[in-house]
Design a protein. Structure first.
Length: 385
């Protein structure tokens, strides 16, 4: 399980460690925040695109070989990012880094499906969610410390080292797919077509992916809000970001404990309501102090953490084959939503906090309504919830 958690955490590590440096890079390279934030947006777009390939490849050749290839690319790209001298060079190398990192989270979820099943898988997903929540909580703090003691290239050197640790772990981990497919790779890619013909799977993926839209909008906008808006240092910003990441871990922990007593569908409903309420408070607040932003955002992120493990499990319950492709398509949709949210919040809004509140408010409302309709029309059976 520690290896699965590390592999799943690679996107957070790759994204959040560099966040404290974004205003600094914007100033050093004389580029607007919207341009520098392309190191986040392009990372997520590329990441999502390559997810679509790693899933079918892993169904054909097993999980280990694609993982080893992806981690190797990630390590090389991380060192290239450290050597970048312009914003455009860094954006290009981040694209390469994303191409390698995509293997980790996609195939780690498929490995979870290989090893565990049913309520046990839901429990393991909750455990992994708690462990991987430590990564976004600690990553910006580590990034802030690196900026204080060294310089921003060392952020990427450290990511390369973490990639090497993951590579060693995969080398020592057995193959989890019991039977690889003998179908040619070109036909395996048709798995996406079969998945798109499963209406319950498609609907669940779209609805559950929308819950992450506010969180990724926050990730891209947080450094500008805290450092440029509230005037905090990179180190103080990293602590506020860690506070928000703590909300994700606490939400997953509550999910893990409460599923023993409360039906998962009721936890998901509570989570969607929490996203809506957090957005409403953000819109109504005056935002004169950092905590007036941090506390409502804590509620939004806590609610996402509460609803995400059962949401992931519910989506995976819709398929009994093409699991690698199904998990890739699921995470692809997650990060596509994330990229759109990052791009949206990076625009030159007059009040980014209010914009983030409207995003949370709108997403929470639409997801809650869709979720209630799905249950009323029988898309969610008691066995699935």
């Amino acid at each position: 399980m520690p290896l699965l958690a590390l592999l799943t955490a690679f996107p957070a590590l790759s994204t959040d460690m560099i966040l404290p440096a974004i205003p600094l890079l914007s100033e050093n390279w004389n580029q607007p925040i919207s341009v520098v934030n392309l190191i986040l947006v392009c990372f997520f777009i590329t990441y999502g695109f390559f997810l679509l390939f790693y899933g079918p490849i892993s169904d054909r050749f097993g999980r280990r070989r694609p993982l080893l290839l992806g981690l190797g690319v990630y390590i090389i790209a991380s060192f290239l990012c450290a050597l970048a001298t312009t914003a455009h060079m860094l954006i290009l190398f981040r694209v390469l880094q994303a191409a390698g990192a995509a293997a980790s989270s996609s195939l780690s979820m498929a490995m979870t499906k290989d090893i565990f099943s049913g309520h046990e898988r839901e429990r393991i997903l909750a455990h992994i969610a708690i462990i991987m929540a430590i990564a976004p909580m600690m990553a910006p703090i580590l990034g802030g410390w690196i900026l204080l003691e060294l310089s921003w290239p060392w952020i990427f050197f450290s990511q390369g080292l973490l990639g090497a640790i993951g590579l060693i772990g995969v080398l020592r981990f057995p193959e989890t797919l019991p039977h690889v497919s003998n179908v040619p790779l070109s036909r395996i890619m048709h798995a996406y077509g079969r998945l798109m013909l499963k209406p319950t799977y498609v609907i669940m993926v779209i609805v559950m992916s929308a819950t992450l839209f506010p969180m990724y909008s926050f990730i891209a906008g947080s450094s500008d809000i805290y450092i440029n808006g509230f005037g905090l240092t990179e180190q103080k910003y990293s602590y506020f970001f860690a506070f928000n990441a703590l909300a994700l871990m606490i939400g997953s922990f509550f999910c893990l404990r409460l599923t023993k007593f409360i039906n998962s569908k009721h936890l998901m409903t509570a989570g969607f309501i929490g996203i809506f309420l957090g957005g409403l408070i953000l819109v109504m607040n005056k935002h004169q102090y950092p905590w007036e932003f941090a506390l409502p955002m804590f509620l939004v992120t806590f609610s996402i953490g509460l609803s995400r493990p059962p949401s992931n499990n519910l989506v995976l319950e819709q398929v009994d084959k093409d699991v690698g492709s199904a998990s890739s398509l699921l995470i692809f949709t997650y990060f596509t939503m994330g990229a759109v949210g990052m791009w949206l919040i990076s625009l030159e809004w007059e009040d980014k906090i209010n914009t983030l509140g409207l995003i949370s408010l709108g997403c929470g409302f639409l997801i809650l309504i869709a979720w209630l309709i799905l249950q009323k029309r029988g898309f969610i059976s008691p066995a699935q919830s």
